[in-house]
Design a protein around this ligand. Structure first.
Ligand code: MRU
Length: 349
């Protein structure tokens, strides 16, 4: 993706150092964050310097490769197993994290160099899958389409292109008229901060809406289609995504609006029979109680926006039952969100 006239991916590795776009500073400041050790990379995943299923997966794969390089010699086996545990403990919901770590771990048992090659493959496959998802998803767009999206499943959430936003970028490139309603996505505002920044940089017409405006816009017939990403999809098609997604899906059914989930097959967890088994991360209450931004002098600020002394609940994801999902846009095509279609799809991977 082009930023300040330079092409970037969200995360990459040079030698044994992992580089990533510092997403906690966006959209106010564009900075590259460096992770010299696997532990630095773990910290960056935990504090959401890097976030979004595919990007987390790529970073976790690189972290595993870094661990193999770091523990090349002494007490190797124990340290590597501990490192794997550390990486897997960073964030629990995104399936891509576990998928990437498993692939790189197995390759690393051959040699640290094999781990590095595998980590690169995982990352580049994430980018190419996203590109293909864009091509399939784009076919859902008419000459003129108003789309609503939740959170950020753009290129920042993956290595490149994104999933929910990839069809939007491609449709606009093909000359279709696309207008995007961007849910702000409380509490961390990935929609208002990241999706809006991506769309603005790509000259895609869009508007940020408060999360609670979505129902009214749907009732007024202003939304033609909803596309969201996913952090984990169960074998029966239930999909975990950023908190608030479930509400959009239920509304979409009520107002007869197609509701699509865009995700690579690496997000599908066939070992999770239904969405009930997907682990849902609960994050720090500070994310709800405080909001971050910049002041009039461009200095970063954090302000308390809730009644002092009250506590907050902060579940990061919810699960949308498959019955609300019109289809899942994958790199293998658009499939129905039910058990047989997903089983068949995963046999082809
Ligand atoms: O908590 P985050 O920002 O890592 O959440 C992930 C997401 O960005 C969303 O749930 C997204 O819609 C799917 S992941 C591409």
């Amino acid at each position: 993706m082009l930023v300040n006239d330079k092409i970037y991916q969200t995360v990459w590795i040079e030698g044994s150092t992992v580089y990533m776009i510092q997403q906690n500073l966006l959209p106010f400041k564009f900075e590259i964050h460096e992770c010299k050790t696997y532990w630095d990379t773990c910290m960056a995943i935990t504090d959401m310097t890097i976030r979004g299923a595919g990007a987390i997966g790529a970073a976790a794969g690189y972290a595993m490769a870094q661990a193999f390089l770091q523990f090349r010699d002494s007490e190797k086996a124990i340290s590597i197993r501990e490192a794997r545990q550390d990486i897997e403990n960073t964030r629990p919901t995104a399936r891509n994290l576990f998928y990437a770590v498993d692939r790189v771990y197995k390759a690393g048992l051959i040699s640290p160099e094999s781990a590095m090659v595998e980590a690169q493959k995982v990352a580049q496959k994430d980018a190419s899958d996203s590109k293909t998802i864009g091509e399939y998803g784009c076919e859902l767009f008419k000459r003129k389409t108003n789309v609503l999206t939740h959170c950020n499943a753009g290129w920042l959430a993956f290595v490149d292109y994104g999933t929910a936003l990839a069809p939007i970028y491609l449709a606009a490139k093909q000359g279709k008229e696309v207008f995007v309603y961007v849910d702000e996505t409380r509490p961390r505002n990935q929609g208002a901060k990241l999706t809006a920044w991506e769309l603005y940089n790509n000259d895609i017409p869009h508007i940020i809406i408060p999360d609670n405006a979505a129902a009214s816009l749907m009732a007024q017939g202003k939304i033609d289609i909803i596309i969201v990403g996913a952090d984990r999809i169960a074998a029966n098609g239930d999909a975990a995504n950023k908190i608030g997604t479930l509400g959009r899906a239920i509304l979409a059914k009520e107002f007869n609006i197609p509701f699509y989930v865009a995700a690579p097959t690496s997000t599908i967890d066939i070992n999770c029979a239904t969405g009930k088994e997907i682990p849902i991360e609960e994050r720090n209450q500070e994310e709800v109680l405080f909001q971050s931004g910049i002041d009039a002098n461009n200095n970063p600020v954090q302000i308390l926006v809730c009644s002092p002394g009250s506590k907050a609940l902060n579940p990061a994801f919810d699960v949308t039952p498959s019955k609300y999902i019109t289809g899942i846009i994958t790199e293998k095509g658009i499939v129905k969100a039910h058990h047989q279609s997903i089983k068949k799809l995963m046999e082809e991977v």
